[in-house]
Design a binder for this molecule. Structure first.
Ligand code: NDP
Length: 333
């Protein structure tokens, strides 16, 4: 197939626009591996890219989609051959390099991992950047030396993609997890993922004192802003918060009191750079730690035709868990 369908973001004097288009294989960017994309997924960043609400796209035109999984059709990379089933997340996909919202991708083999069983391409996309980011947060807390005996773990933005995986991975590692959500109706969902307690987003959304009652041993924060400031203020002595998101704002209206008076650590987490060794190890741990039914409980699958509308809606917080895009390639789910 030389023609393929894609969602493309173009920019002109009126601003940027995302539309379905037909492209030619020769339009693809450089790379040593070609992939027939079977599944992609919608991340918050994709929502910012297609709506133009955040400066995600670094060159135009751009195919959004930070995650993709599919079958290799050509490889000049020593680790991959035609027919391999592979996954790629982040590494600039959908920002600086054409991403997963297309039937075809050409990319660097150094960004790819083979799928460890029992992960299928669809389940790998249910995990995607969100799941890897959640795992990187858990790994940061483990590197800090935190253990479930230390007390409670808290996760903000808990029904979102990163938050859902953080709840499930921390619960699997033995933590009692407090899930923070703006959606009171999602108690059953969060308990199914392993949350022991659920609290409303409002409890952390008003700016409080720099030091508050100590509640949590560790935290995974996807929200930023006042919520992160309150988490730091409520973290116990020698505890840590892994911060990866900003859905509530880029500011951090906090002071140094939690750091210098309670020894609290703020651990920054980013999952964009390739670091392929870490990524391949992360996929193996995810395949071990998350059973397929847990992944299925937090994801839904939609056709490619519905992807653009759904990507636009994620920015308003209208998506629970993970939305996987089926490109119609008939690979095993
Ligand atoms: P989602 O939209 O899936 O989840 C975000 C969740 O945050 C929502 O479901 C909602 O959960 C909560 N939320 C939404 N708006 C607000 C608000 N105004 N105040 C407080 N809570 C809110 O996004 P993702 O899980 O894909 O991403 C989460 C964050 O992590 C984003 O900021 C994203 O950019 C970032 N990220 C960072 C990465 C990195 O490398 N550092 C990689 C991947 C993501 P609920 O209703 O349960 O409260």
């Amino acid at each position: 197939m030389t023609d393929f369908r894609a969602i493309r973001i173009d920019k002109d004097e009126h601003g940027q626009h995302a539309n379905y288009v037909v492209m030619r294989e020769r339009d693809l960017m450089e790379g040593d591996v070609d992939v027939d994309v079977a599944f992609s997924a919608i991340n918050y960043k994709d929502g910012l890219a297609v709506t133009g609400k955040g400066p995600v796209v670094r060159r135009f035109p751009m195919i959004p989609g930070v995650d993709l999984a599919g079958r290799v059709t050509r490889s000049a990379h020593p680790d991959f051959a035609s027919g391999d089933i592979v996954v790629a997340t982040a590494c600039g996909l959908g920002e600086a390099h054409y991403g997963g919202f297309a039937e075809k991708a050409r990319l660097a083999g150094d960004w790819l991992a083979k799928l460890p069983p029992p992960l299928t391409p669809a389940r790998a996309m249910a995990v995607g950047t969100a799941g890897l980011t959640a795992l990187f947060c858990v790994l940061a807390l483990e590197r800090h030396g935190a253990r479930p005996e230390d007390g409670l773990a808290v996760v903000t933005g808990a029904t979102g993609g990163v938050g859902s995986f953080a709840v499930a991975l921390l619960a699997k590692a033995g933590w009692r997890v407090v899930a923070v959500t703006g959606q009171a109706s999602q108690d059953a969902y969060l308990k199914r993922l392993g949350a022991s307690e659920i609290i409303g987003r409002d409890e952390l959304s008003a700016l409080g004192k720099p030091l508050q009652k100590q509640r949590f041993a560790v935290g995974v924060d996807t929200v930023g802003g006042v919520t992160l400031a309150n988490l730091l203020a409520q973290t116990r002595f020698d505890g840590a918060v892994a911060a990866c998101g900003n859905v509530g704002g880029m500011e951090l209206p906090a002071n140094v009191a939690p750091f210098i008076l309670r020894g609290v650590s703020l651990l920054g987490v980013e999952s964009v750079r390739p670091r392929i060794g870490l990524r391949r190890a992360a996929w193996t741990r995810i395949a071990q730690d998350l059973d397929p039914s847990t992944i299925d409980a937090m994801s839904e699958i939609i056709p490619f035709d519905a992807a653009l509308d759904r990507a636009r809606s994620i920015v308003g917080g209208a998506i629970r868990g993970r939305v996987v895009i089926d490109m119609g390639r008939h690979l095993p789910l």
